[in-house]
Design a protein around this ligand. Structure first.
Ligand SMILES: Cc1ncc(COP(=O)(O)O)c(C=O)c1O
Length: 392
């Protein structure tokens, strides 16, 4: 058992009781728990519809498919994200057009987004990622989407309950996509996901696509597969949803605690929370000079402190992406970020003592290995692009 675990899964008697009720009911799919979870989740997000699916990836895939995104279409997506923001685009035969991220929030850089929208030949959608629990700039995204007539599909898989400029994650565009993977702010004791939308046709399409493309009359009217969310995960999700605001507050409090303790440690750049953002700290990610990142993680691991890297490889450099779209140059900032980041333990039940232990570990490491503050290149320093990334 780690001295400071990276995350922590919450199970209480209410959750166990709800789960056993479902187990005993014999009703495991297409039942009342899912319908109730969808209604409650839509209420929390403030949308008209919510459609439960088998994963966050499925929520992105079915949303893009419902919007008819396919071969020849370009989708603007940040280069700094988890692979699953990009794989549904490629699966549908469309092309990701990679955008640089902001140096402070690590979400879509508005200037880069506009440049890439301008340069794209067949753009159809923007897929912003609200990375680490902080929303990408909603005003900038809406403005580019309106100017270039693009759909907006939010990857809110890390941002349950986040908001910025009064806009709630999931409500900015055509649909918002959420994941309930076990490490997320809201989980379902397994895999699961949800898409939320105000568009009744999009919701109806996603409902069909998650269930073999079948309509209410039982005809298979589109090529859907099985992406359903079961009754057991839905029941657990409903129980967890009640705790979400308290848990998000606890994460924010832990982030403040980290920030206070690390403020004067020069080689560590702590996260920046935009002044109009309600950041839900799915992850607490700091930057350190690239050469020190892995030795630092080893040193913390020796003291029983678990850390992570989200994500070590920029989206445009994964072999599955390169195979399909070729090399993308000109994303130097994203590449530098991927080399510098380290995710520290973060969950709602982390204690001040545990945070102190982590911060002491960082302090001790940099006392023994003096280093200067890490920097990031500006887009003008980026290399020229041939296939979509930022060019000078
Ligand atoms: C940013 C992002 N997008 C998409 C996903 C995919 O979600 P899932 O793992 O539920 O398929 C995740 C979570 O893993 C994620 O963090």
């Amino acid at each position: 058992m780690a001295q400071v675990p990276f995350t922590d899964i919450y199970v209480d008697d209410d959750i166990v009781e709800r789960a056993s009720d479902v187990l005993r009911s014999g009703r495991y799919v297409k039942g009342g728990e899912l319908r109730a979870f969808e209604d409650e989740f839509a209420d929390v997000c403030g949308t008209d519809h919510a459609v439960g699916v088998s994963s966050g990836t499925a929520s992105i895939l079915l949303t893009l498919q419902s919007l008819d995104v396919g071969t020849g279409d370009e989708v603007l997506v940040p280069a700094h994200t988890f692979f699953a923001s990009v794989s549904p685009i490629l699966t549908l035969g469309a092309t990701p057009r990679f955008v640089e991220v902001d140096p402070e929030t690590y979400t879509l850089d508005p200037a880069s987004l506009r440049r890439q929208a301008e340069r794209a030949t067949t753009p159809v959608a923007i897929l912003p990622v609200h990375l680490y629990g902080q929303m990408a700039d909603p005003g900038a995204i809406r403005s580019v989407a309106d100017d270039y007539d693009l759909a907006v599909v939010e990857d809110a898989c890390q941002a349950h309950g986040a908001s910025r400029d009064g806009v709630r994650a999931g409500t900015l565009g055509d649909a918002g996509c959420f994941s309930f993977y076990p490490s997320k702010n809201l989980t379902v004791a397994g895999d699961g996901g949800m898409l939320v939308t105000d568009d009744p046709e999009l919701a109806a399409s996603a409902r069909r696509l998650r269930n073999h493309g079948r309509n209410e009359a039982g005809e298979h009217v589109s090529l859907g597969l099985n992406f359903r969310l079961g009754e057991l995960p839905a029941a657990v999700g409903r129980e967890q949803l009640r705790h979400l605001p308290t848990w998000n507050d606890a994460r924010a409090r832990a982030a403040t605690e980290y920030g206070d303790r690390l403020a004067d440690l020069a080689p560590v750049v702590t996260p920046t929370e935009h002044e109009a953002a309600e950041h839900v700290y799915h992850l607490y990610v700091v930057r350190v000079p690239a050469a020190y990142r892995d030795p630092l993680r080893d040193s913390l691991a020796e003291q029983g402190i678990e850390t992570g890297v989200h994500y070590p490889t920029p989206a445009h450099q994964h072999p599955a992406v390169v195979d399909r779209v070729g090399e993308t140059a000109g994303l130097a900032r994203t590449e530098a970020i991927c080399d510098q980041i380290v995710s520290l333990p973060m969950h709602p039940r982390i204690t001040d003592t545990e945070i102190e232990t982590v911060c002491d570990g960082l302090r001790q490491f940099f006392a023994e290995n003096p280093a200067s503050r890490p920097t990031l290149p500006t887009p003008s320093e980026s290399r020229p692009s041939t296939t979509g990334g930022e060019s000078a």
